[in-house]
Structure formats: structure tokens, C-alpha cells
Design a protein around this ligand. Structure first.
Ligand SMILES: [Fe+2]
Length: 439
């Protein structure tokens, strides 16, 4: 069977070109045909006059190649051909006689506007309680770019991985996160925080530190306009005298339970995608010292509110983000005729989020780092009944663009293409360009 990627790879070879209807028609080796408007081709010219190769940006201004006010709306092609290296080669005529553009065929193919596969994102693999979480080795992801890319691919596919054998200290934890990118600056005084069951005062700061209770599945920082994307939780110590499942982590695939709701109770699904369930947080002058290992305390103020929806859809109607935190809810912003239905929908979602059918329950063991996608997964913790139980976790977050940027760089490197063509490709285009070199 010929896979999509193989089809596209073979399609990177141009078989014929023709100048038709104000554009260029290309026939590819796989028989696919693409059409590029002359203005689009002229506007994307990568010649040194139009495109700054050192800064990787357009020359865009008075007297420069891409001055939009000077760009002819009907550029005329004098000559078009496929050159000896397989590139599309255009000599322009009309108002710009002799202007010369050369286009990489792979780049052209991943910008074909008539190929619907280029518009489709990679589908996440939805899971339930039967999930087995993928594991990666710390040293391997630290040293090997292929392992790092594989890890980041799993974050999109499943939304969760466990990294084994991390040095059980802050420096080792930080190094792992920075292998992907910058740690997200928090609004709290600490960017890497410590969850330590021995710190009894911490419960005054946040409910997540009230260890005797089960911490229900939730996503973090729902009251931020843009919640953190990746959450890192690294275990330094776990000592449980009862040797049972206290302080175990729980995870549920938010995309999965949203789809279950869409199928089983479409009216509830629609309500949670359309109506607002606002969230907020207010702390004034709180002293944050969540671990004895942290020296001193700093006071900070923090006050947020977000008129958020629980299930968020993209332009194709696909779920791209879940925001759900029961304890961070503030008064509902809903008309009286809808409140009962909205509340019933919220109850249905919350029930699914706690359902054993969709929950995985496991221990983050000392030396392991759990990494989860906070836009997709809901996380929680089983209760701690025994006050003698000691658990110490390090935690930190990463912004969506930081994660995405590293993955784009890694895909670009794997593609083997030069910076001038990688710059400005969509994520989907980079995935296809990267895959094509592995065949
Ligand atoms: Fe949390």
C-alpha cells in the first residue's frame, strides 16, 4: 500500500510546467496537479532582491522587491521552466523585465492550494483507562534530537509521556525542560515550584496542597487567557508507609471525554462549546513558601478572571482545548433560561472526567517526570490519608509557542531543507517535509 507520505514524496518531482490563466500549472510525478497564481509566485519570490537571506524576512518597502504599493497585480511571466535541479524557474516580463525567481519544488508542493491533505492537521489518538503511557529515558532525550522529536510527537498524539531516570534535583529538572525551551514565567514568585506534603502551610495558599482530599481532575490556570501548554511534574521523593495507592496521579483525556459527550449528549456538548463558565483567582499579599527547601518567602498579588468555555473548538469543529477546574469557577455568566441545561451539561462533563472508564491512575515514581498537555489532559491526585506519607514533586510549565517552536525546528532539521524555505512553512508542511526524507 502506498502511504500518503510516499505519494507526496514522489510528488516532489515536477514533470511539467505550463503558464495558463494568470498562473503556473505544475504536473507532479504522482499525477497531482497544482496551480499557483502569478501574483502569489511573484509575492513569494525568494531572490536576494526580494528576500533578505540573513534575516529571513521580506524586503518590504520603498524601492525594495516587495513594496506592496509597487507590486503589479497582474505580473507577467516571460518564461517558465523546470531547471536542471528540478526547481521551478521563472523569468518575469511586463513591468519587471528580467526579474528572476527560483522555487524549491518540495516547498512548492507543500504550498499547493489544491491538495486538501495539506490542510488537515495530525489527528490526536484518543484514549481511555487502557492507555499505557509512553516512557522515554532522560539521557536519551537530552542527547538525541530524534528521541526529543519523538517525545514531542507523543505530546501531540497522546498528550502525555513519562521521562525516566532524571537526576532528582532542580538543576536536572530544569535542564530537561530547557531541552525543549524556556520555562514559562509564572505570576507567582517561583517558576519551578515544589509540592511537598511535609509543608502543612501550603494548604493555605492553594487547594492543590490540601493533600488529605482527592484532587479532582482539572486543567491548570484556566483563568489565564492563554493557559500553559505543557506541565512538568518531577518526583524527587515518595515514601508511603502504607504501600498503597495514596498520592497517585490520575489523568483523563479531555478530548476523549468531549467526544463521548458529543456522541452521547450532543446538546450538552454544544452548550459547553457555546456558553461561558467563567473562572478566576484572587490572592492578595500571600506569602508563597510551598517548601522548606525554598529559602525565604515573597509576597505577591494575583487577580485573574476569564470568561472561558469548557470545550473549545477550532474552525473545523475539532476540539483543540479543554479548560476545566471546578474549584476555580466563579459565578456563571448565562441567561436564566439556559442555566439548568448548562449546569446539567457541566455535571455530565465532570462525571466523565472522574469516570474510571477514562481515568489512568499511576504513581510518578522518584526519578520520573510526568509531562502532560494542559490544553488537552485533565490531571488529579488520589487522597493522602496517612500524614506520614511524604511526597516531593517539582513542577513547572511551558508556553504553547515554546513547545511548538522546538518541534518546528526539529522537523525543519529533519527535512534537510535550507532556512529560506523552512521559514514560514505551516506545521503541517514541516511534518510532510520532514517525513519525506526518511523514506
Ligand atoms: Fe493542577
Amino acid at each position: 500500500m502506498v502511504t500518503l507520505v510516499q505519494q507526496i514524496k514522489s510528488a516532489f518531482c515536477i514533470v511539467s510546467v505550463a503558464n495558463v490563466d494568470n498562473g503556473v500549472q505544475i504536473t507532479w510525478k504522482d499525477g497531482h496537479e497544482s496551480f499557483y497564481h502569478n501574483l502569489w509566485l511573484r509575492d513569494t519570490c525568494h531572490c536576494p532582491e526580494c528576500f533578505q537571506r540573513d534575516t529571513l524576512s521580506l524586503n518590504s518597502g520603498e524601492g525594495e522587491g516587495h513594496d506592496p504599493l509597487k507590486m503589479p497585480l497582474n505580473p507577467i511571466i516571460e518564461e517558465v521552466k523546470c531547471d536542471r535541479e528540478g526547481n521551478l524557474d521563472i523569468i518575469w516580463g511586463g513591468e519587471e523585465p528580467g526579474h528572476h525567481s527560483v522555487f524549491d519544488p518540495s516547498w512548492l508542493r507543500v504550498h499547493c492550494q489544491k491538495d486538501p491533505t495539506l490542510k488537515q492537521g495530525r489527528k490526536p489518538q484518543l484514549w481511555d483507562a487502557s492507555l499505557s503511557i509512553p516512557h522515554f529515558d532522560y539521557q536519551e532525550v537530552m542527547q538525541d534530537d530524534d528521541a526529543l522529536l519523538l517525545w514531542l510527537e507523543k505530546m501531540l498524539e497522546l498528550g502525555v509521556v513519562i521521562i525516566d531516570n532524571f537526576p532528582k534535583n532542580k538543576a536536572g529538572f530544569q535542564a530537561l525542560i530547557e531541552r525543549v525551551g524556556l520555562i514559562q514565567q509564572r505570576y507567582h514568585p517561583t517558576h519551578i515550584f515544589t509540592l511537598d506534603t511535609a509543608n502543612k502551610l501550603a494548604g493555605n495558599i492553594h487547594h492543590a496542597y490540601q493533600y488529605m482530599e482527592r484532587l479532582h481532575n482539572h486543567t491548570d490556570h484556566v483563568s489565564y487567557k492563554v493557559p500553559p501548554r505543557l506541565q512538568f511534574l518531577g518526583c524527587i521523593e515518595y515514601n508511603n508507609p502504607d504501600n498503597d495507592r495514596q498520592a497517585y496521579s490520575t489523568l483523563v483525556d479531555g478530548f476523549k471525554i468531549a467526544e463521548v459527550l458529543r456522541r452521547q449528549q450532543p446538546k450538552f456538548f454544544d452548550l459547553l462549546t457555546q456558553e461561558y463558565v467563567p473562572t478566576g483567582r484572587r490572592r492578595l499579599g500571600v506569602e508563597e513558601k510551598v517548601s522548606d527547601r525554598e529559602k525565604g518567602t515573597k509576597k505577591y498579588q494575583w487577580e485573574t478572571y476569564h470568561r472561558q468555555r469548557v470545550i473549545n473548538l477550532d474552525e473545523n469543529g475539532e476540539v483543540y482545548q479543554i479548560r476545566h477546574h471546578e474549584k476555580d469557577r466563579v459565578p456563571l455568566d448565562v441567561s436564566p433560561d439556559k442555566i439548568q441545561d448548562l449546569y446539567a451539561a457541566y455535571q455530565a462533563f465532570t462525571t466523565l472526567a472522574e469516570s474510571p472508564e477514562y481515568n489512568v491512575e499511576f504513581l510518578i515514581a522518584p526519578g520520573q517526570v510526568l509531562v502532560n498537555d494542559n490544553w488537552r489532559l485533565l490531571h488529579g491526585r488520589t487522597a493522602i490519608r496517612n500524614p506520614q506519607l511524604r511526597r516531593v514533586l517539582l513542577g513547572a510549565y511551558m508556553k504553547p509557542e515554546t513547545f511548538r517552536s522546538r518541534r518546528r525546528f526539529l522537523l525543519g532539521e529533519k527535512s534537510g531543507m535550507s532556512d529560506i524555505w523552512l521559514m514560514g512553512c505551516s506545521d503541517r508542511a514541516l511534518e510532510i517535509l520532514a517525513d519525506r526524507t526518511t523514506l
